[in-house]
Each structure stands twice: as C-alpha cells, then as structure tokens.
Design a protein around this ligand. Structure first.
Ligand code: NDP
Length: 316
C-alpha cells in the first residue's frame, strides 16, 4: 500500500536503479522504482557481460537485469512499469519532491529521490538515419543482428560498444565493416585483440559516413576517407551506430545542476545533487567509467546517502 508521502522514489531500472532499490528496501525505506522507457536499461542490449564480478562464465544482459529485478522484488521494492514525465524538486531541506508519471495528473510525493535514468545512444546526425531505424539502421546488434544473417553490415565507432557489436555481428554476418573516424581505436585492448582475430571484420580508419543510401530500407552508405580523400560506397543491409551516449536528463533541465554535456553534477565522493534529498547514480552522473559495476556501486551509495539524509532530517 502506498504511503501519503514516500521516503524513496527511484527513477530508472538499470544496475544503478536496482542496486539502490535493494539497499533502500533493506533499510526499510519502502522504495518505489519507476522502470522508465527502457526496462532494464542499456544492458538489456548487451550480448554477454563478462566483466561483472561474480559471473565467471559471463551472463547475458537480459538475464542479468532480470536477476536484478527479482532481487529487488525479493525485498519488496514496488516496481512501477511506467516512465516519469516530470518532477518538481524542492529546494528546502526536508522538503517534499513531486514525481509525475504517465498522465501529468498523477503524482507521488517523496522526501527522497534517486535519479538513475542512465543514458541513450547518440545519433550521427545525417539524413535518413532516423527514418530508417528498424529498416536497416540499428543501435543494437543483439536485437537486430539476426536480420542480417549471412549479409554485409557496418558498425560505426571505435569504442568498446562498437567493437562488441562488430564482434557479435562477425559471428552471424558475411562481412562487417568497422568505420572509425580516427586512425586508432579507443576500445580496450582485449576487445581490440578479439576483433583482430575475426577475419571477416574490415576496419576502415580515418573514415566518416557521409550518406545513407536507400528509400524504404537501408541499401548502403557512402564513406569519406579524410586521409587519402576518397569516397567509397558500401552496399550493406545493416548499419549499427555505436558512437557514445547522452545522459537521460531532459526532465531535470533547469531543475538540477547539470554539466555542459547534460550529466547530473554530484558532490565529489557522494551521490548528492544540489537539491536536498535528491541523489543521482549510474551513467546519468558518470561520463567517465560507465560500467555496470560502477553503476551498481553508485546505486548502493545513493541509497546509503538517502538513508543518512532521512535519518538526520528526523533527528533535527
Ligand atoms: P565511447 O565514447 O567510448 O566511444 C565512442 C566512439 O564513437 C569513439 O570511437 C568515437 O570516436 C566515436 N564517435 C563519436 N562520435 C562520432 C561520430 N559523430 N561519428 C563517428 N564516430 C564517432 O562510447 P562507447 O559507447 O563505446 O563506450 C562508453 C563507455 O562504456 C566506455 O567507458 C566503455 O569503456 C564502456 N563500455 C564497456 C564495455 C565493456 O567493458 N565490455 C562495453 C561497452 C561499453 P573518437 O575516439 O574519435 O572520439
């Protein structure tokens, strides 16, 4: 049963959100967690998580997030399968925050809020990119790779995400072009080493995509090599964009201190934002590490920070 005023509302359902939920539940804060527009967050689009502590054989992103959800439910977190659409955050210590969801009329009141809304993949910003999403353009190889079985595809980006996507696709596609704008890869050495062993991955350095070809569905792309000034046409059925992320902070603009890239600013060594009782965890406040394990760690920190905040409020 919902209380009139909650102690803890968590916005987001990635590792940060669920980790915060587990700690907050066990501290009797009776958290309510809003799942948001991507239940389970970005990890649900990851093939295999091999670097999270405690899974020696790795685990699929979907299974991992399902386990996180079950663990939070085991401690009675109330999980609401909706998105938060707006917030009013109090400036007062001990103030009540209001969280609106789905229809603007509905609102929850809470002394504490944990923001764990994560981040979303960036777009290239070229013509036809958005129209052809699901028609050849994709941000998730594990979701859409299957449609390109035995065909030629391209992945854009030189970071860990791009190399993971390319590695996954190389196992099902005939050929994978990895298009990298610089003359080196940013990805970790282990992923670079995996890619170098795949003989159907062709890395095109110093290259930018200039055009998407295709009207009703993707048929190809044009690439400009800015070193030797050549333009190449690649006939591909799939284009996987993996060029980084932007934080999901649209609803917090002008309500919380954000940095120039839109990440929530937290006090060093804590998850405190500039609003009393409002804490941020995971990728939404972390442009640097962005790992499942660091997200889960900051989720735990946010629940502990909130618990202490509420305790001091009660004592004053
Ligand atoms: P990154 O920001 O690390 O890399 C983005 C890549 O895209 C870079 O190569 C960048 O090029 C390129 N890029 C950016 N904008 C454009 C553009 N407009 N056109 C072409 N290329 C572009 O993002 P990731 O999503 O790869 O990784 C984010 C974080 O998540 C990292 O910390 C990473 O370590 C982590 N991660 C870890 C994984 C793991 O450990 N298994 C898996 C996936 C992610 P440039 O280098 O020139 O800027």
């Amino acid at each position: 049963m919902l209380k009139k005023i909650q102690d803890c509302v968590i916005i987001g359902s990635g590792p940060a959100g669920y980790s915060a939920a587990i700690y907050a539940s066990r501290a009797d804060l009776h958290p309510i967690l809003f799942v948001g527009f991507q239940p389970g967050g970005q990890l649900t689009t990851t093939t295999s998580i091999d670097n999270y502590l405690g899974f020696p054989a790795g685990i699929s992103g979907i299974d991992f997030m399902e386990n996180c959800k079950k663990q939070a439910e085991r401690f009675n977190t109330l999980i609401i399968d909706q998105s938060v659409t707006n917030v009013f955050l109090s400036n007062q210590k001990g103030g009540i925050h209001r969280i609106f969801f789905e229809k603007e009329k509905e609102c929850l009141k809470s002394r504490g809020v944990i923001i764990a809304t994560g981040s979303s993949p960036k777009f290239l910003g070229i013509d036809r990119e958005k129209e052809l999403i699901g028609l050849g353009v994709s941000f998730c190889a594990t979701c859409d790779g299957f449609f390109h079985k035995g065909k030629e595809v391209a992945v854009i980006g030189g970071g860990d995400t791009a190399l993971e996507e390319a590695n996954y696709l190389s196992k099902i596609c005939k050929k994978v072009y990895l298009i990298v704008r610089k003359n080196y890869l940013r990805a970790s050495k282990i992923l670079q080493s995996h890619i170098s062993k795949r003989n159907n991955v062709n890395v095109l350095f110093c290259s930018n995509i200039t055009k998407i070809i295709g009207n009703d569905f993707l048929e190809g792309i044009k690439i400009f090599n800015h070193e030797n000034k050549t333009i190449t046409t690649l006939l591909i059925s799939g284009l996987f964009i993996a060029i980084g992320h932007i934080p999901n902070t649209e609803i917090f603009k002008n309500k919380l201190d954000l940095d120039d890239r839109g990440y929530v600013i937290v006090k060093k060594g804590s998850t405190m934002t500039n609003k009393p009782g409002v804490f941020a965890a995971g990728d939404v406040q972390d442009p640097n590490y962005r790992q499942a394990i660091t997200s889960a760690g900051t989720g735990c920190m946010a629940a502990l920070d909130l618990e202490r905040y509420l305790y001091h409020e009660k004592m004053e």
